[in-house]
Design a protein around this ligand. Structure first.
Ligand code: SAH
Ligand code: SF4
Length: 363
């Protein structure tokens, strides 16, 4: 078994069966996978962790994903939306603290008013920065035209998780209301790529009904779609969501966490020069979750710059960490934590995905 594992880890190109084998490896074998991923990370993207300031600017959402705590039909939360001034203020706070790269995330509203608002926001941000800062959007699915407008206004990266690459599982975790359509989500990723964005996607790990084969296919999906960035992490149940009814059939949180680390490490081996995020959901399970993710191959961390008074309301899942903390302490705490992993924290650079430029050269 051990010999076979080493053979797989030496391969240039992992096949589906190899990925499945690595995902099923025992704890001892997993150590070799993590070692390999860590070496590949050091060689291709450096022993560095790039920081992005995260602004979760609104929890209004027109969608109804069955797993998500801010879904439209959850009436147990207070809805909020930061004003454009508050968003700019959060970004200024990041700039003052040395950040140059920001992620702007929210629920998905689809309305004309929302689209216009984002247009205005991007205009303000570019006048603020003289194109000196990098903007990543994570606002959900929109028409190609809208994505293009946002790109022209300065957004350079987009995160849109596919959630699962299995269309049947996708249908189980989303309502069948014509607004949550697997093919449309895949098409949206294609539009983003055509426009010229650095494209990020990802999935949740440990969903009810999800199999290890699904996860292996997810990794193949990322490679087939030649993605530039990936954010994936454990699924965490939220009591005010329909998927909560399946909580008895879930893997333990520790198992979901272990699987997430493996997914990160295997993806790093398969796609050496993409950016991989250490997701906040990892830390919700394990106090050193994000650090472990960095050691397993991730290279991006996204400290939350949303003003503390709003953070409690952006709860996609239960037990979200750092909701009470003030952002000042969040920033210092994370830099120290990254240092402990042996990585150098990098704030004042865009930290673009090297894979993106390789992709452009090839095409
Ligand atoms: N509305 C946008 C962005 C915000 S949601 C969108 O859906 O693309 C960002 C991500 O949070 C989702 O893609 C999903 O993968 C994750 N998420 C939502 N609910 C979750 C849960 N219960 N556990 C773990 N991750 C969750
Ligand atoms: Fe809305 Fe995104 Fe949550 Fe779905 S995952 S309900 S689109 S915020």
């Amino acid at each position: 078994m051990k010999v076979y594992l080493e053979e797989i880890l030496e391969k240039e190109h992992l096949e589906y069966e190899d990925v499945l084998f690595l995902l099923s490896a025992d704890t001892e074998e997993a150590k070799s996978i993590f070692r390999k991923a860590s070496n590949i990370k050091a060689k291709h993207v450096g022993k560095k962790t790039f920081f992005r300031g995260l602004v979760e600017f609104s929890n209004y959402c027109a969608k109804n994903c069955l797993y998500c705590g801010i879904r439209r039909q959850n009436n147990n939360i207070k809805r909020y939306s930061l004003s454009n001034e508050e968003i700019i203020e959060s970004i200024k706070f990041g700039l003052d603290n040395g950040y140059l790269s920001f992620v702007i995330q929210s629920g998905e509203l689809q309305s004309e008013a929302f689209i216009k608002r984002v247009n205005g926001l991007l205009e303000k941000i570019s006048s603020l920065s003289n194109e000196k800062l990098g903007i990543t959007l994570s606002l959900g699915e929109y028409d190609e035209k809208v994505y293009k407008t946002w790109f022209d206004l300065g957004a350079r990266r987009y995160l849109l998780r596919i959630e699962t690459s299995n269309p049947k599982l996708f249908d189980k975790i989303h309502p069948n209301d014509g607004r949550h359509v697997f093919e449309q989500r895949v098409a949206a990723l294609g539009h983003l790529k055509n426009i010229g964005y650095q494209v990020g996607t990802g999935i949740m790990i440990g969903l009810p009904f999800q199999t290890i084969e699904d996860l292996a296919h997810d990794l193949m999906f990322f490679r087939e779609h030649d993605i530039d960035m990936c954010g994936m992490g454990p699924y965490l149940e939220h009591k005010d969501t329909p998927l909560y009814q399946y909580k008895e059939m879930l893997l333990t949180k520790e198992k979901r966490f272990e699987l997430s680390l493996r997914m990160i490490a295997i993806l790093r081996i398969m796609m050496p020069n993409i950016n991989i995020a250490a997701s906040t959901a990892m830390q919700a399970i394990n106090a050193f979750g994000r650090e472990k993710a960095l050691i397993a191959g991730a290279n991006i961390i996204m400290p939350n710059l949303t003003p503390a008074r709003y953070r409690n309301e952006y709860k996609l899942y239960d037990d979200k960490p750092c909701t009470e903390e003030e952002r000042e302490s969040c920033i210092g705490c994370l830099e120290m934590r990254v240092n402990l992993t042996g990585d150098t924290p990098v704030l004042g650079e865009f930290g673009d995905s090297p894979h993106y430029f390789e992709r452009l050269r090839k095409n």
